[in-house]
Design a protein around this ligand. Structure first.
Ligand code: FES
Length: 572
């Protein structure tokens, strides 16, 4: 038990108007006086929104967190945080991840709370809450909303996002009817919860669990499973205990915790988006982490999990197969087992109670699902500061490929020309998409897994090498090189590529090379107009002026670095 004074006492324990005002106004909500007696005050940061359907059930889940907080002798106070919802928010949720993190940081720091439960579920809500909370560093625990139930097309599984990309291609190729497409739309999202593939939402929920920032089973229990409500209750109880022992979030944000997360991401065949989110979180925590760590740790990490988009199963199957605890148990020889967790036990101790991998959905280390699960980091004259590819989602035949570029200046140019019957493109071409990075779009949208030219899709082509400074959805697949840095809008060589230039991708050698001599590139660079942001005001202006590159996690330059919780001035 910590004997440090609780920060909520600066509000609820204060004398005169400094205490009268916060207590009296809180009592308007029916809280009796003894709630202000010094018990741990637990904030519940809720990213509920009708416009973020994956988080639409979080208000109900918050009630179970409150039960746990009350049972453990705490005082729960729920508050809203801006909720970037992947399926609705335009132009891209990534533009608003940092905004949501600033909202979370200010709400946590500025209000009377001793600890915080983070309620998240959609792709950006998890990293934004983590980043904001890390910048305050109170005792913190995260609870995910959980994935949707499996979706079915007859007896065939349909995976969120993954099925959509496959269906669009089939519709283009004429092997799927519009009626079948419409029926799938109604059946795909059949319950509350986040995307049920190993997309970004499930990846982040899993990595949070692996880092020890959430209780075991956080990632895989379906959103509608009563055991998730029980987990919410237990999470509330643990939050109170973390405050009593003054165990702060930074205890679970050491370099070793990040290394475990990178290894786990490889074993899961997790989303490429985890790269930017973990780099940004490490930046907030003051932990040195780089793209090279991703390559080094992921290089010989096999993928153990047979889940879409790399495999065939879905998160509900993953739950029945043992979920993240079973993967961690299989991986334990490769992990830092001594890392602490919010459960109050080390990772290795938690693994003692975890189930063995079932051998089908979750495979053991000696018999993996795919030999390469990690993220490969490419470098070369086309990506001096790095680029990434997810080998487990790529076509083996294209992992070493040289072909002529077909370039597009931005996504609008791509959409306008990709299906032009006269486009000079073959299955060997390399599709190059520019100006979709953090500054250039702005917001680094998930457009990197561009669709294939309709004329090639009709010929049966299912994959091509594609390059961009964009991201791709965690539910997507293909031989897609992403996050090329520096981005085109920051003067990166990607902006200098012209149609017909030869490009070599060699994943084994970690190379991405543009076969154009330096003098030609210099001439093209000199002729290229400098990037001019179209934004003269508002959040977008701030974003373009301060966003860092993909290799640094796309955070704002002024948010990087550790900030301690600090006493605040009062104004009453
Ligand atoms: Fe929210 Fe996929 S759209 S988790």
């Amino acid at each position: 038990m910590s004997d440090k004074p609780r920060r909520s006492r600066a509000w609820f324990g204060a004398e005169g108007s400094h205490g009268f005002i916060p207590r009296s106004w809180m009592k308007s909500q029916g809280h009796p006086s003894h709630m202000f007696d010094g018990r741990p005050v637990i904030g519940i940061a809720n990213t509920f929104s009708d416009l973020t359907p994956c988080n639409g059930h979080l208000r109900q889940l918050a009630e179970f967190v409150k039960r746990g907080v009350y049972e453990a002798g705490g005082f729960p106070l729920e508050f809203p945080v801006f909720s970037p919802g992947e399926s609705n928010l335009r132009p891209t949720t990534m533009l608003f991840r940092n905004l949501a993190s600033m909202d979370a940081e200010c709400a946590i720091r500025g209000n009377p709370m001793d600890g915080v439960v983070l309620l998240a579920g959609c792709d950006k809500t998890t990293p934004s809450l983590l980043m904001g909370a890390a910048s305050v560093d109170l005792p913190t625990i995260l609870l995910s909303g959980g994935p949707m139930l499996n979706a079915w097309d007859g007896r065939k599984r349909m995976g969120s996002g993954t099925f959509v990309s496959q269906s669009v291609q089939k519709l283009q190729a004429g092997t799927m009817t519009q009626a079948q497409f419409d029926a799938a739309e109604a059946a795909l999202s059949r319950s509350a919860g986040s995307c049920m593939t190993m997309g970004t939402a499930s990846t982040m929920a899993s990595l949070v669990e692996g880092m020890g920032l959430a209780l075991p089973d956080n990632a895989a229990l379906p959103a509608v499973d009563a055991r998730r409500q029980a987990l919410a209750h237990l999470t509330g109880m643990r939050a109170v205990e973390l405050v009593k022992q003054d165990i702060r979030m930074s205890r679970f944000l050491t370099r070793r915790h990040f290394e475990n997360a990178i290894l786990l991401n490889g074993a899961l065949g997790g989303s490429t988006n985890a790269v930017v989110h973990l780099l940004a979180l490490a930046g907030r925590a003051g932990v040195e982490l780089s793209l090279d760590d991703w390559d080094r740790l992921g290089r010989d990490m096999p993928c153990l999990v047979d889940l879409m988009p790399s495999g065939q199963f879905l998160m509900e199957d993953f739950c029945y197969a043992g979920g993240v605890p079973a993967v961690l148990k299989a991986l334990l020889p490769r992990l830092h087992g001594g890392t602490e967790t919010v459960a109050g036990r080390s990772l290795a101790e938690l693994c003692e109670e975890a189930p063995e991998p079932d051998g089908e959905v979750i495979r053991p280390l000696h018999d993996p699902f795919k030999p390469q699960g990690g993220i490969a980091v490419l470098r070369g004259n086309l990506a001096p500061q790095g680029a990434i590819i997810k080998p487990s989602a790529a076509s083996p035949a294209l992992m070493r490929h040289t072909g002529p570029a077909v370039t597009f200046e931005d996504i609008e140019d791509f959409n306008a020309r990709i299906d032009d019957p006269d486009l000079p493109v073959t299955a060997d071409s390399v599709l190059v998409l520019k100006n979709c990075g953090p500054r250039g779009y702005p917001g680094m949208p998930e457009v990197g897994n561009t669709r294939l030219p309709a004329k090639l899709a009709r010929q049966g082509v299912t994959d091509m090498v594609r390059l961009s400074d964009a991201r791709m959805s965690g539910t997507a697949y293909g031989t897609v090189v992403l996050h090329i840095a520096p981005e085109s809008a920051a003067g990166g060589p990607l902006g200098l590529v012209e149609t017909g230039d030869l490009i070599t991708l060699d994943v084994e050698a970690r190379k991405l090379e543009l076969h154009v001599d330096e003098a030609t590139l210099a001439a093209r660079r000199a002729a290229r107009p400098p990037f001019a942001s179209p934004y003269a005001r508002g959040y977008e202006k701030l974003y373009v002026e301060h966003v860092l590159g993909a290799e640094r996690g796309v955070d704002f330059d002024f948010l990087v670095g550790r900030t301690e919780d600090r006493p605040l001035r009062g104004s009453h």
